[in-house]
Design a protein around this ligand. Structure first.
Ligand code: AMP
Ligand code: MG
Length: 401
């Protein structure tokens, strides 16, 4: 059986990027840039005022400490008509964002000057060369690179590209995902339960986790443990999506049909079973009957196992397909809040709650238990250990998104 590290390496090593597509900048939040972007403009594209105040043209900045009194002529507003030049030793009112006259060499801020009719009075210490003038091209010059391929289009990036007047860019496409729950016992929440039935919850958790990271779903379905229904549904999902996530039916029981169904559909195994708890019967596969491979994950049905496998294996794959370079959950070594006794011979993913200083492993680690998962904000990954881990031991903590 593969270790966690081996399973991740064999899987992530095979995943490439989705093709590049054109997208409106306004819609590109969360995508990864597929190409370098260059500015067509100088930004700022004209010298402008950083403050509300008065533009002045002074001949000598070295003057001794004194009160300065100069004529004040008119004003320049943001978006208003520029004033080309002002006379020497003259001030003109100016507002934030307004174009600065060519020969103005300082902006005295409004709070530091007193206006007396058509004159302006301020202290000479307010005169500093080029103070409060934002020069043309200080942020970027036409032809310079504004962003590099591989960068995340976060809200700031959307603002930045828009400020450059760019409306359309090339981004890495994001995979379309389908989710399938299998099991005769599953009922949709909201319908009364019959004997032996349970509420189907995995598709809800998985859909929410996909939404959280802006992955769209092509289909979300549930099927009984019935070969034809399972086959037909997975077949459709393989055609309509880039990644198929299945829950349940992947263990060794007589009614666990998923693995054989996947093989009969032509899905190739990347790995089956990982020496981990929860989530031992995890299956990863690839389907090559199209231009780019599609990826199939069969997660164990137990809800906590399914979600751990999603966060540790599926989400990184979705991110890698989407062009991210940091694909795994953000992680840090944090000290354990309490002693922890590791049992068994499999590596552990433990639901935990992390603060800035410590991480607490929560009660309720059975693979079906979701109350602990609902209260957690992290997963602690522990190697096999024969000795108890003392309080304060540094452990690998993966932060949930
Ligand atoms: P399986 O992997 O199909 O053997 O299922 C393992 C356990 O998880 C069983 O107790 C199932 O009833 C439960 N289970 C399977 N699928 C789901 C689901 N979609 N929602 C909630 N529980 C599930
Ligand atoms: Mg089942």
């Amino acid at each position: 059986m593969l270790s966690v590290k081996e399973a991740k390496a064999v899987l992530f090593g095979q995943i490439g990027q989705m093709p590049a597509v054109s997208m409106k900048v306004a819609d590109a939040q969360g995508y990864i840039l597929a190409e370098d972007v260059y500015s067509a403009l100088d930004l700022p594209s004209f010298d402008h005022s950083a403050m509300d105040g008065f533009a002045v043209c002074v001949e000598n900045f070295q003057e001794a400490e004194q009160l300065i009194d100069m004529p004040l002529i008119g004003e320049i507003r943001a978006g208003g008509k520029p004033v080309e030049c002002i006379e020497k030793n003259t001030a003109i009112g100016i507002f934030t964002g307004a174009p600065v006259p060519k020969n103005a060499n300082c902006i005295v801020i409004q709070e530091k000057a007193e206006r007396k009719g058509k004159r302006l009075i301020f202290h000479s210490s307010e005169l500093k060369p080029h103070a409060n003038i934002r020069k043309r091209g200080a942020q970027i010059k036409a032809g310079e690179k504004a962003m590099s391929a591989g960068m995340l289009l976060n809200p700031a990036a959307i603002g930045w590209l828009s400020a450059l007047g760019i409306t359309s860019i090339r981004v890495v496409a994001r995979p379309l995902v389908s989710v399938l729950a299998t099991g005769n016992e599953l009922k949709k929440p909201g319908i009364p339960l019959g004997a032996g039935q349970i509420y189907e919850s995995n598709t809800f958790a998985l859909k929410a986790a996909l939404n959280r990271d802006n992955f769209r779903t092509a289909a979300v379905k549930s099927v009984p443990d019935q070969p034809k229904k399972t086959y037909d549904t997975i077949k459709k999902m393989l055609w309509s999506s880039d990644v198929v996530i299945i829950s349940g039916g992947i263990s060794v029981g007589k009614y666990d049909l998923v693995k054989d169904t996947l093989f009969s559909l032509g899905v190739e195994q990347v790995f089956y079973k990982v020496a981990q708890k929860p989530g031992k019967p995890l299956f990863a596969g690839k389907y090559l009957h199209s231009t780019s491979p599609k990826w199939v994950f069969a997660l164990p049905g137990n809800p906590a196992a399914a979600l751990v496998c999603f966060y540790e294996y599926v989400l990184p794959v979705l991110k890698k397909l989407s062009g991210f370079s940091d694909i795994s959950l953000r992680s840090a070594m944090l000290p354990l809040a309490d002693e922890f006794v590791v049992k068994g011979d499999r590596e552990l993913f433990l639901r935990a709650y992390a603060t800035n200083d410590v991480v607490k492993i929560l009660e309720g680690q059975e693979s079906n238990m979701m109350h602990s998962f609902a209260a957690s904000n992290a997963i602690v990954f522990l190697p096999v250990s024969t000795t108890p881990l003392e309080k304060g031991t540094l452990v690998e903590t993966h932060f949930l998104p």
